[in-house]
Design a protein around this ligand. Structure first.
Ligand code: SAM
Length: 214
């Protein structure tokens, strides 16, 4: 279940097991553009038939209502992702999305993978960067300024404590919470491109949480 899938094409690109159903949820206009621009090979790939597009605006529409109407099977274990989205939606919408996920997965197990922007970006931007990162405060302001300028302001930033509490309220516990600092050793070092501390920007966190039943 790729919530806020945007122009992510992994479901079309990857060779997925034929037993897997993929759901892509996003705003209708984004999905229309994406589908119109998909390269033919991806639009007609074997896995394309396994992808269901569901259009909603998280701020105003009910996720579970739309998914159930589209045939989502609540008996199947589901991996939910919400990547690069939480900063654009209100905290109320994020909490209600989590509530919807919990309701949809009552009978089964669920994994919820999402990213969030660290509240430090506003409260103490320098701490979002590795030691010696040049012009840290100015860069933090620039990132948020550019997002606002293109009409997509980052309205919701989080602390880890607030998220752990929110997840627990909906029956989820955090298994992992990583930033670029952690991912450096996993992805960059093995290919000889270790980032030095003064190149690391830890604004975004990547969280894996599971429902308590999982
Ligand atoms: C930065 S993109 C991330 C796309 C993708 N998940 C990725 O990581 O590449 C944010 C996505 O969230 C979607 N989004 C933002 N607000 C939304 C809302 N209120 N309802 C539904 N989708 C929303 C946007 O349409 C966009 O596709």
């Amino acid at each position: 279940m790729i919530l806020g899938a945007g122009y992510d094409t992994r479901a079309h690109r990857l060779t997925l097991p034929s037993s897997l159903t993929v759901w892509e949820v996003d705003q209708p206009e984004v999905q229309a553009i994406k589908r119109a621009k998909l390269p033919k090979a991806q639009a007609t790939s074997a896995t394309s038939a396994q992808i269901h597009y569901v259009s909603i605006d998280f701020n105003h529409q009910c996720l579970s209502e739309h998914l159930l109407a589209a045939g989502f099977d609540t008996r199947k274990s589901t991996l939910f992702t919400l990547e690069g989205v939480s900063q654009y939606i209100t905290k109320e919408t994020f909490a209600s999305t989590m509530e919807e996920i919990a309701a949809l997965t009552q009978k089964t197990t669920a994994t919820f993978i999402f990213s969030y922007v660290d509240a430090l970006l506003k409260t103490d931007p320098v701490r979002c960067f590795g030691k010696g990162y040049p012009k840290a405060k100015r860069r933090a302001d620039m990132v948020m300024g550019l997002a606002a300028k293109v009409g997509e302001p980052w309205i919701s930033l989080y602390t880890e404590e607030a998220l752990v509490e929110l997840l627990a309220e909906h029956g989820f516990s955090v298994q992992e919470n990583k930033t670029l600092e952690d991912l450096n050793a996993v992805y960059f070092s093995p290919v000889g491109r270790t980032l030095t501390e003064n190149q690391i920007f830890k604004l975004e966190h990547f969280v894996a949480a599971t429902s308590k039943k999982a």
